[in-house]
Design a protein around this ligand. Structure first.
Ligand code: GAL
Length: 667
């Protein structure tokens, strides 16, 4: 991706020169150069300035900006500008404005106010993209395209009539007949049987729980509708500038934006890009690492681009903490360590007006002589020495399964209890973050042969072939860890035959007869021979069918019943955790399993230090990131190398300062 094009890390800014008088632009160039900025994302929110009316384009100002950037040696990631349609579009085509499930329209005056199935929106968007690609597609400064911005971030779904029509077409295509649809959605229940395609509506406001099959299909349909908008623009870009890579920036808390099935989307981007906004006060470094590894996983291990991060605070949380000295640098290195070859901030210059005037910027309101800008300059200088890392991959022996359809289905209403899929999968990731075990984030159908351990938390929805994939992996000697509420429904959210955990029953050697949710005020525990832990969220009542007990519950009528089991299957092992255990317990359990399976971290480092290795044809790069506010001593053991950040040779033992970083090139 990006790395194939330039032998250096891209360091950059989201640049909105249209917010400033032209007289400011030369100063932008000067400060960008001094900060080492070599890439800007340009034009994300400039549709209204580029096209004042349907028949009029005003590219002269953009021509001058593009020229100026080029003269200054700064590459351009040109945005297609379609993320915030101009006022005229909604005025001429009111139906292009999206509608919520209560029938209310959203209006112009903010952003992302478009219905993904609006023909007017798509046509006008494609026309603008055609103009942009024709005019700038061959410009030497333009090195990539970003389509739109964070699709589905503000508006997860539209429920308008155009969407209803398209939904019916999508369903016809999927099911072929109404009988098949009725069967899959279970419409015999509550008199929901459809006799005519025209009767089918999006899941708009209903008095009680909406049909789960319909809800699940609407998630799929909306994700595909938004993806359709991306593809609509990508097609034009590929026609007119096929040499340029195309991306769209992924987003969402921990990277798990619910409205877009990013595994499906990632097949269509030339490289994955992501906007990361962890809370400086509360973010757990493990959660940040999860979101970064997710991007690596979406791109099948290839390098990706961090297309937005805040230089310091954001303005959209209730309380907006500034990044502590060194925090912005540390988190940027964390992204580099986990596969990002482009490190871009949002925005370049702090806006004077508008909704984000209290958002931090690379160039703050206070100008260049400010803490944030000084850190920006220092980081730019350092990153100019790190080009060797580009394209580096991470070799992982552990895989964590994440699946959007499962995410959607698991969190539908009317389950035994409320579950937070993101929280569940991240708890497993977190458990192995501290011991620095490298993890690939993958899908359930992926080839598992290269892994020693596969973790599949709460795999509630099981598509055809998934149980076979996991069973073959374990049969061939792999180890799997699964957890509660797995193997419950098929791809239409219909309960699988044969008792829980459905097609995993043989693999796991258990039968889950009943399950209940643990209320937050209830105290429940799990005990092994050696230790015990509090457990939460869920109780699976397990009957053994060949598995052995690793831990049991200690309270209520299920005291003594299995809570964690292990089953020998073929040449491998299958663990099942029938509740959510506390972090320390989970960590010890998973670390023991890693040891059993011969999985080792790259280096033993103190708590609070993250160790990650990227590798490419230039060698191995060991990133050591001190997330703590104390200095930490590192024992390199037999390793030695050069710290690419300082140029110093490193052997045996050395110290990393609080929030410090070090990138050891071990040859
Ligand atoms: C992102 C968005 C940017 C900007 C930023 C502020 O989600 O893509 O345009 O609004 O948030 O933190």
């Amino acid at each position: 991706m990006v790395a194939d094009r330039v032998p250096c890390v891209f360091y950059g800014a989201d640049y909105s020169p249209e917010q400033w008088p032209e007289s400011v632009w030369p100063e932008d160039m000067q400060f960008m150069r001094r900060a080492g900025v070599n890439l800007v994302t340009l034009g994300v929110f400039s549709w209204a300035r580029l096209q004042p009316s349907p028949d009029q384009y005003t590219f002269d100002w953009l021509d001058r900006v593009v020229g100026l950037l080029h003269e200054n040696g700064i590459s351009i990631n040109l945005a297609t500008a379609t993320a915030s349609p101009p006022a005229w579009l909604g005025r001429l085509h009111p139906e292009s404005l999206p509608q919520n499930g209560h029938g209310a329209r959203y209006h112009h005056g903010s952003r992302q106010h478009f219905c993904p199935n609006s023909a007017a929106y798509r046509d006008h968007g494609a026309k603008l993209v055609r103009q942009l690609a024709t005019r700038y597609g061959r410009h030497p400064a333009v090195v990539m395209w970003t389509v739109n911005n964070e699709y589905g971030n503000h508006l997860a779904a539209c429920y308008c009539d155009a969407c209803a029509t398209k939904f019916r077409e999508w369903l016809r295509e999927k099911y072929g007949s109404l009988d098949a649809l009725n069967e899959q959605w279970g419409t015999a229940f509550w008199s929901q049987w459809y006799h005519d395609w025209a009767e089918i509506l999006p899941p708009r406001l209903t008095p009680a729980c909406s049909n789960p099959g319909r809800q699940l299909d609407y998630h799929r349909f909306m994700s595909e509708s938004l993806l359709g908008c991306f593809l609509n623009e990508k097609k034009v870009l590929k026609e007119l500038a096929p040499h340029l890579p195309v991306t769209t920036n992924f987003s969402g808390p921990h990277g798990l934006l619910k409205s877009a099935n990013y595994f499906a989307w990632a097949e269509h981007v030339d490289f994955v890009s992501f906007n990361s906004y962890p809370d400086p006060h509360h973010a757990d470094p493990a959660d940040i690492a999860f979101s970064l590894d997710l991007q690596r996983g979406l791109g099948r291990g290839r390098a990706w681009a961090l297309l937005e991060q805040a230089p310091s605070q954001v303005n959209w949380r209730k309380y907006n903490a500034v990044k502590r000295p060194g925090q912005m640098r540390l988190w940027t290195y964390q992204a580099l360590a986990r596969g990002a070859d482009a490190l871009v901030f949002y925005p370049w210059r702090a806006p004077r007006a508008g909704a984000e005037k209290f958002h931090s910027a690379m160039l703050p309101h206070g100008g260049p002589d400010t803490r944030v800008h000084r850190e920006v300059i220092q980081l730019g200088q350092e990153l100019s020495r790190l080009g060797l890392v580009c394209g580096g991959r991470i070799a992982a022996e552990v895989a964590l399964i994440v699946d959007w359809e499962n995410y959607w289905a698991l969190e539908l209403d009317a389950r035994p209890g409320p579950l937070d899929y993101s929280e569940i999968v991240r708890s497993y990731y977190r458990a192995l973050f501290e011991p620095d075990v490298a993890i690939d984030i993958i899908q359930p159908e992926d080839d598992l042969a290269r892994y020693k351990l596969v973790i599949a938390p709460a795999l509630y929805l099981v598509r055809d072939g998934v149980a076979e994939n996991l069973s073959t992996f374990v049969g061939n000697g792999g180890t799997v860890v699964m957890s509660f509420f797995s193997g419950v429904v098929d791809a239409s959210d219909r309960v699988l035959d044969g008792g829980f955990p459905g097609p995993f029953r043989k693999l796991l050697g258990i039968h889950v007869e009943e399950m209940e949710a643990i209320e937050p005020t209830m105290s429940r525990h799990v005990r092994t021979a050696a230790r015990s832990t509090k457990c939460s969220q869920w109780i699976d009542l397990i009957e053994l069918e060949g598995a052995e007990v690793v831990a049991h519950f200690t309270e209520d009528f299920y005291a003594g019943r299995p809570a964690i089991t292990r089953n020998a299957f073929g040449r491998g092992l299958a663990y099942y955790i029938g509740t959510q255990v506390e972090m320390e317990f989970l960590r010890r359990l998973l670390v023991d399993i890693c040891e059993e399976t011969g999985i080792r971290p790259p280096l033993k480092v103190p708590a609070g230090v993250e160790a990650v290795t990227r590798e490419n044809e230039h060698g191995r790069f060991l990133f050591l990131l001190n997330h703590s506010t104390n200095p930490q001593f590192i024992e390199l053991g037999g390793l030695e190398g050069t710290d690419l950040v300082t140029g110093q040779a490193l052997t045996r033992q050395f110290q990393i300062e609080p929030r410090g970083v070090c990138v050891v090139h071990v040859g």
